[in-house]
Write a protein that binds this ligand. Structure first.
Ligand SMILES: [Zn+2]
Length: 380
């Protein structure tokens, strides 16, 4: 681990001196067509000492929001801006990203159940091993960006092992209102990194296959807040989301299910706060003879939704978390002011005068890159 970034940083088979930003592709293997499998990497090694943080996206190949977040972070921060270093892995599951699917194509393996991997095993395990050995193990904390699975959507939230004080610090600094407590499944990047003493949280937001600008804008503020908390950006404020709700690992969250099979209509929304007894879904047969109404069991939040149009009996419809009246009042106020999680909004325009508008570096033509600031290398 490299706490002092006055030192050079050794990642991905290369040495990045202090005060340099380097962008390259790290080769992790080949396809059966003998094409290289390469992870796009940005390393920003600050001019001043501090911790090293990693940002990762698309461990599930079709989860795109994090890719845009990392592109923006990698473009925005210069070595002079930061104390310490940032290691940005823009896409982890490169084969899945190319195929726009969640798992490693053909073998249907979940890269996010394959950590810490094995350099002498399958492509998936080798990929996991290279990510851990060459990058994650060199860092002091990490953020792994996800979205919901295809055909689902999820509220903006963080998943973190809140029993670990360093992870709790990271989760709270990220500043989402909802934190799902838990150590994560075996083989996830977050769990393996945490077990290695590198506090890491998973960030979940919205849908697969999209850039959802409202989420992205907020996430870029949250990344800056984490960097502030860890003194990478010592002059930046740590954000506070207004309210937080840590969902305990047992009991508090529950799946609402369909008792009868049929055609599903969503009745809730546009916001994820729902009132006790409010109809959330109806399930009907073709002739509308049988209609089941699934209601909110209490006042609460619809954290994750399966956007299926059809459901078998017993099929989960949504992930529901109850909230107390005080929290519900704060959320109602946020809704009133238009600042509550707006994950059902379909807008794809970057909001005016928000992070991107004030920080965005714009589009650079391939021939007009600032070479003194950014050094590109080939990794063949
Ligand atoms: Zn995911």
């Amino acid at each position: 681990m490299t706490g002092d970034s006055h030192q050079s940083l050794e990642v991905g088979d290369r040495v990045v001196p202090s005060g340099r930003k380097v962008q390259f592709r790290y080769a992790v293997g080949t396809t059966f067509n003998d094409d290289p499998i390469e992870i796009p990497v940005t390393v920003i090694n600050g001019t001043r000492s501090g911790p090293t943080g990693f940002l990762t996206a698309a461990v599930h190949g079709d989860e795109l929001n994090g890719i845009k977040i990392i592109q923006e972070v990698a473009g925005h921060y210069a070595p002079e801006d930061i104390h310490g270093a940032l290691v940005c892995l823009h896409v982890l599951n490169v084969p899945g990203f190319l195929a726009q699917q969640r798992y490693i194509p053909i073998y249907d393996e979940d890269l996010n159940r394959s950590f810490p991997g094995n350099s002498r095993s399958t492509t998936t395990k080798r990929l996991a091993n290279a990510i851990c050995e060459e990058f994650v193990s060199k860092c002091d904390f990490g953020l792994d960006f996800h979205t919901s699975t295809r055909n689902r959507t999820t509220m903006y939230h963080v998943r973190a092992d809140m029993n670990d004080p360093a992870v709790e610090r990271l989760a709270r600094a990220f500043g989402t209102s909802v934190i799902l407590d838990g150590e994560g499944s075996q083989g996830t990047l977050r769990r393996v990194a945490c077990e290695d003493g590198i506090p890491t949280v998973t960030v979940e937001m919205g849908r697969a296959h999209r850039f959802q600008t409202t989420h992205l804008d907020r996430a870029l503020h949250c990344v800056a807040s984490v960097l502030a908390e860890h003194e990478v950006l010592p002059d930046h404020p740590v954000s506070w989301p207004g309210w937080t709700r840590v969902i305990a690992r047992d009991g508090e969250k529950s799946w609402l299910r369909a008792d009868t099979g049929g055609l599903v209509e969503m009745k809730w929304g546009p916001h994820s706060l729902v009132e006790d007894g409010e109809p959330l879904f109806t399930i009907s047969d073709h002739f509308k003879d049988e209609v089941e109404v699934v209601r909110a069991p209490s006042t609460g939040l619809v954290v994750g939704v399966l956007e299926n149009a059809v459901a078998y009996p017993g099929h989960p419809l949504c992930h529901f978390v109850s909230v107390d009246e005080t929290t519900a009042d704060i959320i109602r106020d946020d809704i009133e002011r238009g600042v509550f999680d707006v994950y059902r909004e379909g807008g794809f325009q970057w909001p005016e005068s928000q992070w991107y508008a004030t920080h965005g570096h714009g589009t650079k033509s391939k021939h007009a890159r600032n070479i003194s600031e950014t050094e590109r290398e080939e990794n063949r």
